[in-house]
Design a protein around this ligand. Structure first.
Ligand SMILES: Nc1ncnc2c1ncn2[C@@H]1O[C@H](COP(=O)(O)OP(=O)(O)O)[C@@H](O)[C@H]1O
Ligand SMILES: O=P(O)(O)OC[C@H]1O[C@](O)(COP(=O)(O)O)[C@@H](O)[C@@H]1O
Length: 308
């Protein structure tokens, strides 16, 4: 079972405005709400791809109820730890450009935090623990590390999809897989990554440091995969981009699903790029059929030298 842990889930409120004017009255053409947050998106895609998954994390208030109801509707199993506060709403404004406003997290009590640690300590060596998204500031700085230790005590496999200080703090735990985008990787190494070669060079540093598999996603420019065996580059297929929210999460879901099904890491990478692009080309997250359709249009090539 792949457990996805979203410490700071969100209702994603997606509004489309024809020609957005900052400071003026704008009327939206459409407004849709989705159960969001990195792990929740990953679980939704895993379910669509036919993998066993369970979404965990903290949820509270009417927005927390909305998320649980949506997951029920899609048949995604979940075991959220209930909190007193209200789960945030993240605004995704689609106009001439895509603008995102991600809200702060509600406070998490020590008791609720401990209940989630207890839950992750019940995972077994057949399970995965995916930790995704931002970490509420009310939690202790080493909280996500505590979750990892708890899950690993029984042998669960750990995947990390966070950014900034949270990602930096979790790398010493040697995750099985991380998927920063090139901006997040640039920030982590205080550098600027513009090309696939540069992304592979920096990703190899993560592999040398103990992370087993690294995908660096680069939006419409594709992605790079690096592990101990070498590096691969992928081009994103061309298509009409409708929504890139959750494209990265879709990649992560497909990579885990295919490794879990026994594929080699570079083959799982091929599926991961297909899933990312399939989501970019659809209004919501990708379906299995959409991923299969895009798969044949993804080109991956092995880099000539490891890390190049
Ligand atoms: N404009 C696009 N055209 C085609 N594929 C895309 C586009 N944007 C994203 N993707 C696909 O989704 C993946 C993840 O997107 P990216 O924006 O890098 O991740 P994140 O959502 O984590 O920032 C990319 O590697 C690519 O496969
Ligand atoms: O926890 P964070 O970093 O604020 O991110 C949460 C947001 O990221 C998402 O999970 C989308 O992530 P990606 O676009 O990176 O796949 C949204 O659903 C959510 O609003």
């Amino acid at each position: 079972m792949i457990y996805t842990c979203t410490l700071n889930p969100a209702v994603d409120y997606v509004v489309r405005v024809e020609d957005f004017q900052a400071g003026g009255l704008n009327r939206s053409e459409s407004a849709d709400m989705y159960a969001g947050g990195k792990g929740i998106n990953v679980s939704r895609v895993l379910k669509r791809l036919g993998s066993d998954t369970c979404a965990i994390g903290f949820a509270g208030g009417f927005t927390g109820e909305f998320i649980k109801n949506e997951l029920d509707r899609e048949g995604v199993f979940h075991r959220f730890t209930s909190i007193q506060g209200v789960t945030r709403i993240n605004v995704k404004l689609k106009s001439n450009a895509e603008t995102e406003i991600n809200g702060p997290a509600p406070a998490i009590s020590e008791e609720d935090a401990n209940r989630l640690v207890q839950l992750t300590s019940e995972l077994t060596k057949r399970d995965w623990l995916h930790i995704g998204g931002s970490v509420p500031s009310s939690l202790p700085a080493d909280y996500a590390g505590t979750l990892i230790d708890a899950a690993r005590s029984q042998g669960a496999r750990v995947v990390v999809d966070t950014s900034g200080a949270a990602l930096k703090a979790l790398l010493p735990y040697n995750p099985f897989f991380v998927k920063p985008n090139h901006h997040e990787l640039s920030e982590l190494f205080d550098t600027e990554i513009n090309t696939k070669e540069e992304a592979a060079f920096i990703a190899k540093k993560l592999v040398d440091g103990g992370t087993e598999n690294v995908i660096v996603s680069m939006g419409g420019d594709g992605a790079v995969f690096v592990n101990k065996e070498g590096a691969y580059y992928a081009e994103s297929p061309k298509g009409t981009v409708k929504n890139t929210v959750g494209a990265g999460d879709s990649m992560v879901a497909a990579f885990m699903a295919k490794i879990d099904a026994g594929l080699k890491p570079h083959e799982a990478f091929h599926w991961a790029v297909a899933a990312g692009s399939a989501t970019a080309f659809s209004d919501d997250l990708c379906s299995k059929a959409e991923v299969e359709d895009v798969y044949s249009r993804v080109r991956i090539v092995k880099a000539e030298q490891e890390g190049k």
